[in-house]
Design a protein around this ligand. Structure first.
Ligand SMILES: [Zn+2]
Length: 120
């Protein structure tokens, strides 16, 4: 399952970032998902809950921001909103474009409790 693979990779990043920040618990995670990856948000939520269950990211709120596909034409250098099945440049009509956004899954931010925090 596609989302489980993504969730596992995401969890690795989350735990590594949490370790570097000396977090004892991860509360919220924000991830930017490129449209080209065709992630189903509900499926990713569920997969993340599953893989994070016995880690310090268990129960963290995952928010998923979808990043639209953006392409730039190699001929006329125009940037445009592309579709997964359509990279034709609206300026010159050629289908020779490179993706400039929307093709990545990025861990955007992480919120958590540190060991230094007192009880609140
Ligand atoms: Zn063009």
């Amino acid at each position: 399952m596609h989302e489980l693979t993504i969730a596992t990779a995401l969890l690795d990043q989350v735990l590594e970032a949490a370790r570097q920040a000396s977090l004892r618990r991860v509360i919220a995670v924000e991830v930017r998902c490129g449209e080209a990856r065709q992630v189903v948000p509900d499926a990713l939520q569920l997969a993340f809950e599953t893989v994070s269950a016995s880690t310090l990211a268990a129960g963290a709120a995952l928010s998923i921001v979808e990043v639209p596909l953006e392409a730039r034409c190699r001929h006329c250098h125009r940037s445009f909103r592309a579709r997964i099945d359509n990279y034709v440049c609206p300026g010159c009509g050629r289908a020779d474009a490179e993706l400039v956004a929307g093709d990545d899954i990025i861990l955007q931010s992480l919120t958590g409790d540190t060991w230094q925090d007192g009880p609140s």
